[in-house]
Design a binder for this molecule. Sequence first.
Ligand SMILES: [Zn+2]
Length: 246
Amino acid sequence: MSGCLCLPCNKRPTPKAGSSAATKVDSLQKKPTQQPPPQPPSKNMDAVERLKSGFQKFKTDVYDKKPELFEPLKEGQAPTYMVFACSDSRCCPSVTLGLQPGEAFTVRNIASMIGPYDKTKYTGTGSAIEYAVCALKVSCIVVIGHSRCGGIKALLSMQDGSADNFHFVEDWVRICHPAKKKVHAECKMLPFDEQCSILERAAVNVSLDNLKTYPFVKEAVANGKLKLVGGHYDFVNGKFETWVSS
Ligand SMILES: [Zn+2]
């Protein structure tokens, strides 16, 4: 693609006088002054300018056009969902699931994992779960795994007893070691990629089980006020599946 999309070089060629395009442009110009539409973000843009431009586009296209959505949110939030999704830049639950602002209280971390209840570890996820369940009273927690997940690949590749390469990553993904053990025991003969694909879902199930170790989650589930749901987003084939945790 030639030329960038940023403002200075995105001018359309001026149509010749008398042409139908010129008439169209003239009639447009006679309308009351309108703000030019924000330009779509470009990869060539400065990183901060890209953010400003992205916000401007959102402000014009969405925020200013949907006061019925944004006005009530000024007073507070009452999301239906708590969503756990991977930090992977290719997985954006708001986009892929069409979730609107105010609909989902969201945590994103490596491989969308949830550690078991432990007041000395995993306090980031623990506090988010507690706030979502006890204060916001969400009715559904969804844990979403995804295709080609780097965290899952790392977990499956790790050799027992070998030194860690990262300060935090290996220790974090070990949360789902029980799922890795299961996949190794049942699917060792399958190619690595297929094992990863199975582990992506099995890891979600470990996180769903870990959720049940939080007393307030257990209680809300027992009272029928909270549903725990697993999900898998396959961005290679454009598929999304869900299952309810029993
Ligand atoms: Zn991932």
